[in-house]
Design a protein around this ligand. Structure first.
Ligand code: PMP
Length: 402
C-alpha cells in the first residue's frame, strides 16, 4: 500500500531550523524562524498572557471540556471587534460570522476548503502574491484549487510593484479568489500604502474578484491594531463580501496553542445561517472542535479592558524592539559602507525583512558565518538583538563585498 508513495519535498523553513539547531557554533544566529525573540534571544511569554493564565487556572470552573463547534465566544467575539473595529457597521448588522480555527494555518485551510466547495464561479483560481508565505500555495493546492501568481515585489527596489500587481489582477478572468496579506506581508515586509489599497480595491471591484485576507500580524506589525486592520476594514466599508483568516500566534505569542479565527463578511444577515452552517460542517469534519487552552487565554485578554490595554502595550514593546533592530541594522550597514542601498530594511514592516541578499550570499552566510536565513534572503528581524547585531552586520558586509 505504501510502496509507491514518492518522497515529499522538505519544508524549507523547518529544514533550516533543524540545521541551525544542529550547528554548535557560539556565533550562530538564527534569523529563519518567524517567532518573536526578546533582546536576550529567548522566546517571550507576554506578561499579559501570564496574567490571563493565572486567572484562568485559579478559576474553580476551569476544565478541559470540548469547545462548541464554532469555538469559544469570548475569543470569536473579541476577535471580531479586534478585526473589524468595536463600532463596525457590518458587525452591528449581524452579517459577520466568525469561527474559531487552528490558528492562522487552520483558518487558511478552512477558507480554502470552503471556497473549493462554494466558490463562484466554481472553477475560480486562487491568486497569490509573488512571493508569498510558503504555505499558501500548498494549502490552496491541497484543497484542490488551481493556484496562480500576481506580481507583488519589485526585486530591483525591494518595494511594491503596484503597477504589475494591478495589471495582473486586471488581466485575470472575472471572479477569481485573491489572497491578500492584511498587513506585514510575509516574506517581504512590503505593504501597500492606504492609497494603493484603494487602487487594489478598485480593481478587485471592477473585476468582481473575491478577497481572502490573511491577517497573521495585527498589532504586531506597527503596534497599532487599527492601523494594521486598515485594508480589511477598507474592503468591508466598500461593500465587499470576503473572508479573513486571523492568527493570534504572533500578536499574543500563542504560537503552539494554535489560536485563530476565520471571519466571513456577508452582504446581509440573512446569509449568515447558511454560511455559518457550512463553515461549521467543514470544521467539524476536519478538526471537530478547535483548541481550548489558547482560546481561553486570548478570550480573557480580549474581554477584560485592563488586560486588553496591557496587551496593546506588550505588542507595542515587541514592534518597537523590532523597529529598533531594523534601524540599527540599516545604520550599521551604512556605517560599514556596505555596497548597495539598505533603506528598504527600515521601509519594510513586521517580523521580516526581505534583504535582497542573493542565494549564494545566503549560502555563504550560513556556511562561513553560521547565520541562518531563508534562501530568498528573508530575515526574521525578531532574531536580531543587541548581542548579535554587530556580528550580523559585519557578516553581511563581508559576503556582499566578496
Ligand atoms: N499566514 C501568514 C502570512 C503567516 O506568516 C503565518 C505565520 N507564519 C500564518 C498565516 C499562520 O501561522 P499560524 O498558523 O501559526 O497562525
Amino acid at each position: 500500500y505504501f510502496a509507491n508513495i514518492p518522497q515529499a519535498p522538505p519544508d524549507g523553513i523547518l529544514k533550516l531550523s533543524v540545521m541551525s539547531k544542529a550547528d554548535p557554533s557560539p556565533e550562530k544566529v538564527d534569523l529563519g524562524v518567524g517567532a518573536y525573540r526578546d533582546d536576550a534571544g529567548s522566546p517571550w511569554v507576554l506578561p499579559v498572557v501570564n496574567k490571563a493564565q493565572k486567572r484562568l487556572e485559579a478559576d474553580p470552573a476551569f476544565n478541559h471540556e470540548y469547545l462548541a463547534i464554532g469555538g469559544l465566544p469570548a475569543l470569536t467575539g473579541g476577535a471580531q471587534s479586534l478585526m473589524f473595529g468595536a463600532d463596525s457597521p457590518a458587525v452591528d448588522e449581524r452579517r459577520v460570522y466568525s469561527i474559531q480555527t487552528i490558528s492562522g494555518t487552520g483558518a487558511n485551510m478552512l477558507a480554502a476548503v470552503f471556497l473549493k466547495q462554494f466558490g463562484q464561479p466554481q472553477d475560480a483560481a486562487v491568486y497569490i502574491s509573488k512571493p508569498t508565505w510558503g504555505n499558501h500555495r500548498s494549502i490552496f493546492q491541497t484543497a484542490g484549487h488551481e493556484v496562480r501568481e500576481y506580481r507583488y515585489c519589485n526585486y530591483d527596489t525591494l518595494g511594491l510593484d503596484i503597477d504589475g500587481m494591478l495589471a495582473d489582477l486586471r488581466a485575470a478572468p472575472k471572479g477569481q479568489i485573491v489572497v491578500l496579506h492584511a498587513c506585514a506581508h510575509n516574506p517581504t515586509g512590503i505593504d501597500p500604502t492606504a492609497a494603493q489599497w484603494q487602487q487594489i480595491a478598485d480593481v478587485m471591484a471592477e473585476r468582481s474578484h473575491f478577497p481572502f485576507f490573511d491577517c497573521a500580524y495585527q498589532g504586531f506589525a506597527t503596534g497599532d491594531v487599527d492601523r494594521d486592520a486598515y485594508a480589511v476594514r477598507l474592503f468591508v466599508s466598500r461593500g465587499f463580501e470576503l473572508l479573513v483568516a486571523q492568527s493570534f500566534a504572533k500578536n499574543m505569542g500563542l504560537y503552539g496553542e494554535r489560536t485563530g479565527c476565520l471571519h466571513a463578511v456577508t452582504q446581509s444577515a440573512d446569509l449568515v445561517p447558511a454560511v455559518s452552517s457550512q463553515l461549521n460542517r467543514l470544521s467539524r469534519a476536519t478538526i471537530s472542535t478547535a483548541s481550548a487552552y489558547g482560546a481561553k487565554v486570548a478570550g480573557v485578554v480580549l474581554q477584560d479592558p485592563a488586560l486588553y490595554a496591557e496587551w496593546l502595550d506588550n505588542m507595542a514593546e515587541m514592534s518597537s524592539r523590532i523597529k529598533t533592530m531594523r534601524d540599527l541594522l540599516r545604520d550599521k550597514l551604512v556605517a560599514l559602507g556596505t555596497p548597495g542601498s539598505w533603506d528598504h530594511v527600515t521601509r519594510q514592516i513586521g517580523m521580516f525583512s526581505f534583504t535582497g541578499l542573493s542565494k549564494p550570499q545566503v549560502a555563504a552566510l550560513k556556511e562561513q558565518y553560521h547565520l541562518y536565513m531563508t534562501e530568498d534572503g528573508r530575515i526574521s528581524v525578531a532574531g536580531l538583538n543587541s548581542g548579535n547585531i554587530d556580528y550580523v552586520a559585519r557578516s553581511i558586509d563581508a559576503v556582499v563585498r566578496n
